[in-house]
Write a protein of this length. Structure first.
Lengths: 198, 250
C-alpha cells in the first residue's frame, strides 16, 4: 500500500503511476488557499487486483485558478478505483475538475467510482466539472457524480438560532462538507485547513 | 423587572412577497405559558420563524419588543443569546457535525458574547450528560451527526435536549408534538415543564390539544388567516377540541 498526502506547491505530485498485480495506492491531494495550479495525473491499473483510492481537496477563496485533470485507466480486470474530489470556491476564483475513467475491453469485473462536489461562496466564483466515462468492457460497475451549490441556508439559520455566529456557522458547514476528505489528513494539516476557513 | 417579556404589536410579515401574518397583537408576561392554536396555513409557524429571525421572512409592519429590546433589529444569534429559543417543526440535518461539537459551539458563542470564558471541557461534559439523561438519550447520541438518520421522535427529543442545554428565558415550540407517540410526548412535556419558572415564558404552537393535557397553558390564542381572533384561558383549548376551529371567530 502506497499511502501519501501531497500539498500542491509544496510537494511534487507524480504525473504517471502504474500499478501492477495486487498493488494499491491511497493518495490525498490538497490545494490550500492561495494556490493556483494545473495538475494532470494519470494512474494506470495494469495488473489484476490493483486498487486506487484517490481524494482531493481544493480551497480557493480569492482569485486562484485550479485545474485538475485525472486520467484513470483500468487496463486490467478485477481492479477498483475510487475518486472523491471536494472544493470550496469563493471570491473570483476558478476551479475545474476533469476526470476520465477509461476501462479497456478486457478489463472485466472493474469497479470504478468518481465523485466531485463543490461549494460556491460567491456569485463570481466559477466551477467546472467534467466527469467522463469511456468503457469498452461489459462486466463493470462504474458510477460518477458531480454537484455544486451554495452553503445551505436552512442549516445556517438552524445554527444561528442556537447562538452560533454567522461566520462560525459557515465555517462549521465548510468543515462538515470537506470532512470525508479532511479525515484522511494529519491533525496538523487539518488544523491548518480549518483555520484557513475562518 | 418589567412584567412583560414579549410584546407583539400589529405584526405583518410574509415570505416571497406573500403576506402571511396580517396584524398580530400578543403579549406574553414572565412565567406564562401561551398556546397558539389554529388551522393549517393560519400563520402559526411563520410567527415562530419571524420571532426567531429566519432571514427569508420579511416583516413589513409592526413591532416586537422582547425584554425591553427591539427584537426585529437583532440577528438570530443575538436573539438566542438574549434567551430566545425556537424548537423547529422540521429540525435540520447537519452532516459531519456532531451533537457535541454543535452544542459546544452554541454554548461557547453565547458565553463569548456575554464576555465569559469558554466552558471547561469537564464542565461541558457534565452539562451534556445531565441534559442527555433528562431527555433519555443514550451515550452514543452525543457523537451522532446532528439529526442525521434520526427518527421523527429523536429529532424532537433533540430539540428539547438543545432547549435544556441552552436554558432559554423564552421558548417557542413549533409543533413539537406532531408525530410523537405518548412516551415521546411525555418526555417533551417533562422537558417543558422543567423549564417553567416565574421568570420564564413558553409559547406552544400546535393544532392539537394533546400536548396541552401535559403542559397546562395559562393563555390560549387562536390564530386564523394571519390574525389572533380569540384569546382566553385554557378552557378555550377544550372548546376547540370539542367544536373545531370553525366555531372560533371572535
Amino acid at each position: 500500500m502506497i499511502e501519501r498526502t501531497y500539498i500542491i506547491g509544496r510537494d511534487e505530485v507524480p504525473c504517471l503511476v502504474r500499478l501492477g498485480e495486487g498493488e494499491s495506492l491511497r493518495w490525498t491531494i490538497v490545494a490550500l488557499p492561495g494556490t493556483s495550479c494545473r495538475l494532470s495525473i494519470e494512474i494506470d491499473l495494469d495488473g489484476p487486483g490493483a486498487s486506487v483510492d484517490l481524494a482531493g481537496l481544493y480551497l480557493c477563496r480569492e482569485s486562484e485558478d485550479v485545474q485538475i485533470n485525472v486520467l484513470l485507466k483500468h487496463n486490467s480486470g478485477g481492479c477498483v478505483s475510487r475518486q472523491l474530489f471536494k472544493g470550496i470556491v469563493g471570491g473570483t476564483a476558478r476551479a475545474s475538475f476533469d476526470g476520465l475513467i477509461y476501462v479497456k475491453q478486457d478489463a472485466q469485473k472493474t469497479k470504478a467510482y468518481q465523485e466531485n462536489h463543490t461549494i460556491l461562496l460567491s456569485d463570481k466564483a466559477v466551477v467546472e466539472s467534467r466527469p467522463q466515462l469511456e468503457i469498452y468492457a461489459d462486466d463493470v460497475e462504474c458510477s460518477h457524480g458531480a454537484t455544486s451549490g451554495f452553503l445551505n441556508a436552512d442549516e445556517l439559520f438552524y445554527m444561528r438560532s442556537r447562538g452560533i455566529r454567522e461566520e462560525e456557522a459557515r465555517r462549521l458547514q465548510m468543515i462538515s462538507f470537506i470532512s470525508p476528505v479532511a479525515e484522511r489528513l494529519s491533525e496538523d494539516l487539518k488544523a491548518e485547513i480549518y483555520d484557513s476557513l475562518a | 423587572m418589567n412584567d412583560v417579556l414579549l410584546e407583539i404589536k400589529n405584526l405583518h410579515a410574509g415570505i416571497e412577497g406573500k403576506e402571511i401574518l396580517k396584524g398580530v397583537d400578543l403579549v406574553v408576561r414572565r412565567g406564562e405559558v401561551h398556546a397558539v392554536m389554529g388551522p393549517n396555513g393560519a400563520g402559526k409557524s411563520t410567527l415562530g420563524a419571524v420571532l426567531a429571525g429566519r432571514p427569508d421572512y420579511k416583516v413589513t409592519e409592526g413591532s416586537v419588543i422582547y425584554d425591553g429590546r427591539d427584537l426585529l433589529a437583532m440577528a438570530p444569534e443575538e436573539r438566542s443569546w438574549a434567551g430566545l429559543f425556537l424548537s423547529f417543526q422540521y429540525p435540520i440535518e447537519i452532516p459531519g457535525v456532531s451533537i457535541t461539537n454543535f452544542m459546544k459551539a452554541a454554548i461557547n458563542a453565547r458565553r463569548k458574547a456575554q464576555g465569559l470564558e469558554e466552558l471547561k471541557p469537564a464542565e461541558f461534559l457534565k452539562l451534556l450528560k445531565e441534559k442527555m439523561a433528562f431527555v433519555q438519550m443514550k451515550g452514543e447520541f452525543a457523537k451522532r451527526e446532528v439529526n442525521v438518520g434520526f427518527s421523527g421522535g429523536e429529532k424532537k427529543r433533540n430539540e428539547i435536549f438543545q432547549m435544556a442545554m441552552l436554558d432559554p428565558a423564552f421558548a417557542i415550540l413549533d409543533e413539537t408534538d406532531s408525530g410523537l407517540d405518548v412516551d415521546a410526548l411525555k418526555i417533551v412535556a417533562d422537558g417543558v415543564n422543567a423549564l417553567r419558572t416565574p421568570e420564564k415564558s413558553i409559547m406552544i404552537i400546535t393544532h392539537y390539544q394533546k400536548l396541552l393535557e401535559y403542559i397546562q397553558p395559562d393563555v390560549v390564542h387562536v390564530l386564523k388567516d394571519g390574525r389572533i381572533v380569540k384569546t382566553a384561558g385554557r378552557e378555550l383549548a377544550d372548546r376547540i377540541w370539542a367544536e373545531g376551529f370553525e366555531s372560533i371567530n371572535d
